[in-house]
Design a protein. Structure first.
Length: 499
């Protein structure tokens, strides 16, 4: 049995192994070297296996000869097709190409398009710098500082050392600042991002991300208990569109209506005083409800605990860490330092969960008031779903009139659908037809006025396996979303044409 298994496996390995053996030392002698290596490997394996099975090595002779024949046949075939011309040339080391790329970088900034990161945009460097200067200098979001970057970096490192969150040596930088063009907007606009991938506050942001996600999980479970007892959903946050699909099955469709909304510039519009106040209240409320003294963070996971450790924080300590991060949001541009006075940077690890918790604090407070005063109206607001800054409301004419009662005036919520019978939400296209919810796949990039590069082409340099994996995973997603076969078929054919 084991001989048959090895007989089937080893020849499959040969096409990959032999080119690797001869790639660096091209020539006939290297195919000979490759054959010697295979023979030696078979000989050692034969001795080891014979000893393990307590048999003579001659038992494996027939198998060894069969495998060697396969290897010789493969070498004969590969040696004819594997020529010097098939070896990839290092084109980027060519002096002419290096000079051309240097000239290109002198004149242009190469940036991905917003919502379509596979599309590369060439932007005039002077224009790119102009937009950054306008954002940093003409808005109240950022204020220029006189402090030197190294002074701030030293301050952050000293603080984080005391918290056992010292950044890695290559993380001793302030976030850089860049923007991506929103080509799907009319007129074109910009998405500004503080690149915090390797900055001093990254360990603190990662720590807070894990701890605050645990806080959010607590409120999800707590609101689930409220729903079971009252039928009121006070937790509007969804993690994906599948949660909405599941809910659509239980929502009455007679005279059903849809309304979708979007927060304008959510991340850069949150006032720091309101943010600190709401997050502080949520943290203390969660600790009190859980009757736990600490949240312990281990790598990227967090759990409730009553044991002291160097990664465990009390409610008061967690609030202090959060406030420190909010008070130390800086970006560095051309050696100048700017402090973010309003909002949170999109590039930091904990930004999504912080935005979610901030909005949840207002939504939860609003729903608690309805539960106390008007449970019938509270049930109407239960069919509300929000994914960070995108919101969907079903069968509730009162929602739009209540926006100012729910959210602070600093946040602007705009309606995005024009018909009460049709609305997109995340990757769902929801339509009400004949008192039924019809769902199809929605991709806002298809509405863009330029061609989008979505998926890898099979003729590209990536291996075939990931490309087919993308194809299969997309088919599974389509089958989950589409409520009728014709929509699934149309989307699948479109995917085939793109791949």
């Amino acid at each position: 049995m084991f001989i048959g298994l090895l007989y089937s496996l080893i020849p499959r390995m040969i096409p990959c192994a032999l080119p690797r053996m001869a790639r660096k030392l091209y020539g006939v002698e290297n195919w000979v070297t490759a054959l010697k290596m295979c023979k030696e490997g078979l000989r050692k394996y034969k001795i080891t296996r014979a000893r393990r099975e307590n048999v003579s090595t001659s038992v494996f002779s027939e198998w060894e000869n069969a495998v060697l024949k396969k290897i010789n046949d493969r070498i004969s075939k590969l040696s004819k097709s594997y020529t010097k011309s098939s070896v990839a040339k290092k084109t980027l080391t060519c002096p002419k190409i290096k000079k051309f790329l240097a000239d290109l970088h002198d004149k242009y900034v190469i940036a991905p398009a917003d919502k379509a990161s596979n599309n590369i945009i060439f932007i005039c460097k002077s224009y790119y710098r102009q937009i950054i200067n306008e954002e940093l200098g003409s808005t109240s979001t950022y204020a220029k500082c006189t402090v030197e970057p190294q002074q701030l970096i030293r301050k952050h490192i000293d603080f984080l050392k005391l918290e056992n969150l010292e950044p890695k040596p290559d993380w001793c930088n302030l976030p850089s600042f860049y923007w991506m063009p929103k080509l799907h907007k009319n007129p074109y606009s910009y998405r500004f991002i503080a690149a915090s991938h390797k900055c001093t506050t990254k360990p603190l942001s990662r720590f807070l991300n894990s701890a605050l996600r645990l806080i959010l999980k607590h409120f999800r479970e707590y609101c689930l208990g409220i729903y079971r007892n009252t039928g009121v959903n006070a937790f509007w946050i969804v993690e994906n569109s599948l949660e909405v699909l599941d809910s659509l099955r239980s929502i009455p469709t007679r005279k059903a209506q849809l309304a979708s909304f979007d927060f304008s510039t959510l991340y850069t519009a949150i006032p720091h005083n309101l943010l600190k106040d709401k997050i502080t209240n949520l943290i203390h409320s969660a600790y009190t409800c859980r009757k736990s003294q600490y949240i312990e963070v281990c790598q990227d996971k967090a759990f409730w605990s009553n044991n002291v450790s160097n990664k465990a924080v009390t409610a008061v300590h967690l609030v202090e860490l959060f406030n420190y991060l909010i008070d130390n949001i800086y970006v560095c541009v051309d050696g100048s330092v700017f402090k973010q006075c309003v909002g949170i940077p999109m590039g930091t690890d904990c930004a999504p969960v912080v935005a979610n918790l901030f909005l949840f604090a207002y939504e939860y407070e609003f729903m608690k008031g309805l539960l106390k005063d008007n449970i019938t109206l509270a049930i109407k607001f239960s069919n509300t779903y929000r994914y960070i800054d995108d919101l969907l409301c079903i069968n509730n004419k009162d929602f739009e009139l209540s926006i100012s009662d729910i959210y602070p005036k600093e946040l602007i919520l705009k309606k995005t659908n024009t018909s009460p019978k049709k609305s997109p939400f995340l990757d769902l296209d929801i339509t009400i037809t004949n008192n039924q919810f019809i769902t199809k796949v929605y991709d806002k990039r298809e509405d863009f006025n330029f061609d989008i590069v979505n998926f890898p082409h099979l003729d590209s340099n990536i291996p075939n396996t990931p490309a087919y994996g993308v194809f299969i995973s997309q088919l599974i997603r389509y089958s989950r979303i589409c409520s009728d076969f014709s929509s699934f078929q149309a989307k699948s054919l479109q995917l085939c044409s793109r791949l």
